[in-house]
Ligand binder design. Structure first.
Ligand code: FAD
Ligand code: NAP
Length: 341
């Protein structure tokens, strides 16, 4: 065996919500051969598998009864304007590296936590740019047919914070590397008001200025998971039909709206805030005081150490129920939920 198997591994330091959970078995994957061997071992033992990147978009509901595979497949190569990176590479460091190479296109996606291999799972996006616009293909191991496969961006079924890896291929495809198409000509994407405002003094911003502006806004607005454990946005922004939007707008004239390919996108933060949840705390879990879609697992105060995935999911369910009752809008969870109850 070339894989090192550990037992009863503490996952709390490996998820940004700092939820307490243990893995029955755990292994770190540094080569595709180790991946294949670890998957085969779990198959023989009939154990469930959890593919783990940086743990910044998962909710661990409880202990994981199978094998956790921590993806540490490294490597970055550029070939003209294309770059191919191992799934275990840190996303933010990749953004910095591309800029240092004079390759542009990822500036708006700076400072997103996690790994390159997880980026396609929810088609990461920020400030008007989505991974789907830059992705050429992913390579990975298909558990459906036990073989290495390459999927084109079109095969990935990308949608808003969504992909085939969250649906048909959930837990059935392990991404080992991704290939991106970047450019040597910088083409700024500046239609988000916060970004435009941050660059107002800069009439022709270059890529480094845009990256610095996004980084600055994010640092000023978003809670640092080290201080306040969180998984970023806990709810996706819902997309509703124009009819439903018009009905809602008649009752709530200040309801913000953004056009989306298949309807009207509503900011989940506005819906949660108007349902009275912003800043509310239920013991060890709560809603951030400034960011209404960021749920926090508090590690301080009298209830420190009492929070878990169940408490967090109960809070999320209460928010979803209130938003549905008030606005007749279904809020979907953004992170994926893993582990036994
Ligand atoms: P993990 O949390 O480890 O895994 C997420 C899911 O992907 C799991 O289901 C896991 O099984 C699966 N997975 C992971 N790696 C692989 C692989 N190699 N192959 C197959 N499946 C895999 N997201 C955005 O889109 N935009 C943002 O601006 C943004 N900002 C954030 C800010 C903060 C403070 C935080 C905490 C999160 C933010 N996120 C954002 C969410 C998160 O960072 C991204 O979704 C990120 O891509 C998750 O990467 P990860 O490696 O941590 O994935
Ligand atoms: P913001 O800039 O205050 O905007 C609030 C919401 O309005 C966002 O959800 C954004 O949608 C939407 N929006 C604003 N301007 C828009 C435009 N011109 N066109 C379409 N939609 C627009 O948001 P924020 O909370 O500070 O976050 C900034 C960016 O970082 C957003 O893109 C957000 O998605 C991303 N982010 C994501 C996470 C995560 O975990 N997923 C965490 C932190 C930040 P979108 O969310 O669709 O962009």
């Amino acid at each position: 065996m070339t894989i090192a198997l550990l037992e009863q591994v503490d996952l709390q330091p490996l998820n940004t919500l700092a939820l307490p959970a243990r893995a029955r078995y755990f292994t770190r994957i540094e080569t595709v051969e180790q991946l294949v061997e670890a998957l085969a071992w779990a198959e023989r033992k009939q154990l469930p598998r959890l593919i783990l990147g940086g743990g910044s978009n998962i909710v661990l509901r409880g202990d994981f009864p199978g094998l956790v595979l921590q993806i540490a497949l490294m490597g970055r190569q550029s070939n003209g304007e294309q770059v191919t990176v191992g799934a275990g590479e840190n996303w933010h460091e990749l953004v910095q590296w591309t800029l240092a190479q004079g390759l542009y296109g990822l500036e708006n996606l700076t400072l997103i936590p996690g790994t390159a291999g997880a980026a396609p799972i929810q088609n990461i996006g920020a400030y008007g740019v989505e991974l789907a616009e830059r992705l050429v293909s992913v390579r990975g191991w298909s558990l459906m047919d036990g073989a290495e496969r390459e999927l084109s961006a079109a095969d990935c079924g990308f949608g808003y914070r969504d992909s085939i890896f969250k649906r048909k291929l959930r837990d059935r495809f392990v991404i080992t590397s991704i290939t991106l198409q970047l450019g040597r000509q910088f083409q700024p994407v500046l239609h988000y008001p916060a970004l435009r405002d941050a660059l107002v003094a800069n009439s022709v911003p270059d890529a480094l200025a845009v990256e610095a502006a996004v980084r600055g806004i994010r640092q000023s607005r978003l809670p640092d998971p080290v201080a306040l454990p969180n998984a970023g946005s806990f709810f996706k922004n819902p997309v509703v039909s124009r009819n439903q939007f018009e009905r809602l707008q008649a009752r709530y004239p200040d309801l913000p709206q953004f056009p989306a390919p298949d309807g009207i996108k509503l900011p989940a933060a506005w819906l949660v805030d108007r349902s009275g949840w912003k800043g509310r705390r239920l013991g060890p879990v709560g809603v951030h005081a400034q960011q209404a879609i960021v749920l926090i697992h508090y590690l301080d105060g009298a209830v420190a150490g009492q929070g878990d995935g169940e408490a967090l999911l109960q809070l999320a369910a209460a928010i979803q129920a209130d938003v549905r009752q008030r606005f007749d809008v279904a809020l979907e969870l953004e992170p994926t939920v893993h582990g036994a109850a």
